[in-house]
Design a protein around this ligand. Structure first.
Ligand code: DHB
Ligand code: FE
Length: 285
């Protein structure tokens, strides 16, 4: 059976991709950010997941404001990156796992999540930059299933709905008959606002509250409305919804293995979280 071994959360700022291309990892501005990643890479190379299910939001590369599904799942043989105008290099394709994708889609629809199904997905900085951080270079040791959540065009799905989506994805993975190790990932956030009068807005207290809750009490986040999240985390800080979905998929005993938090990276409070997901204890006979 497939098994979710852990969950990851990371920010996905485009400038990260540019810093990698320029080799700025030891630059004083970037070092506190990049220094967060080696423990996670070590865990990944030790645990060797076969598949990464990634919850993220498209930023206009596939879906624009005129046509934007609330939830969409990729079911392609491979996923290619494309120039979004940030000047980042086009990466070799990322392999998919269409069989697992269709299993997740069928399971989600049976679970009353009527997702859009995408047999082609172009992947943007929200997918590519985390991949460069977790599995640097052009090798592709894992296959991918993208789950896209609308955090761009209102009305957005609620925190509770995203958590439930994650739980349904978790159930789908748990019921997949192949013997696979799966890691789930949420990208985006933490607090940031790119536009309007509050451009540059960051809220360290709320970010800490979110990181703590994601570890030990995720349901504490589910009462926040979309308006609360915009107010507390910023107009793009609502990307925390991707992390909440990731956390929903972790149905076992969850513990924090690693965390990093650094402000600012570009306009964003950058967060990094590694959660281990151990099977729930068997019930006493
Ligand atoms: C930035 C952050 C994002 O999440 C994004 O999608 C684009 C830009 C930034 O901080 O610059
Ligand atoms: Fe973003």
């Amino acid at each position: 059976m497939a098994r979710i071994i852990g969950g990851l959360g990371t920010s996905h700022v485009p400038a990260i991709g540019a810093a990698i291309v320029k080799g700025l990892q030891n630059d004083p501005y970037w070092k506190p950010f990049f220094d967060g990643f080696p423990p996670v890479r070590e865990w990944l190379s030790r645990e060797k997941p076969d598949v990464c299910v990634i919850f993220y939001n498209d930023h206009g590369l596939n879906f624009f404001l005129d046509n934007l599904p609330t939830f969409a799942v990729g079911a392609a043989k491979e996923y290619t990156s494309e120039d979004e105008g940030w000047g980042l290099p086009i990466k070799p394709p990322y392999p998919g796992d269409p069989d697992l994708s269709w299993h997740i889609i069928e399971s989600l629809v049976a679970d009353e999540f009527d997702v859009a199904t995408c047999q082609q997905v172009k992947v943007d900085h929200a997918f590519v930059n985390p991949m460069e951080l977790f599995w640097p270079g052009d090798g592709r040791p894992v296959r991918f299933v993208p789950v896209l959540i609308n955090t761009v065009q209102h009305p957005l799905p609620s925190a509770r709905r995203c958590y439930k989506l994650g739980q349904a994805v978790g159930r789908a993975i748990d019921s997949y008959p192949k013997d696979l190790k799966v890691v789930v990932l949420g990208t985006g956030g933490l607090s940031h606002q790119l536009d309007g009068e509050r451009a540059g807005f960051i809220n360290k207290d709320f970010d800490k509250l979110c990181l703590d809750a994601l570890v030990s009490d995720p349901e504490a986040l589910l009462g926040y409305s979309t308006h609360d999240l915009v107010k507390l985390a910023g107009t793009q800080g609502v990307e925390i919804l991707n992390w909440i979905a990731m956390r929903g998929a972790l149905t076992g005993r969850v513990s924090q293995l690693h965390r990093n938090y650094h402000v600012p990276i570009s306009n964003t409070a950058s967060g990094l979280l590694l959660l281990e997901n151990k099977p729930a204890l068997a019930k006493a006979a």
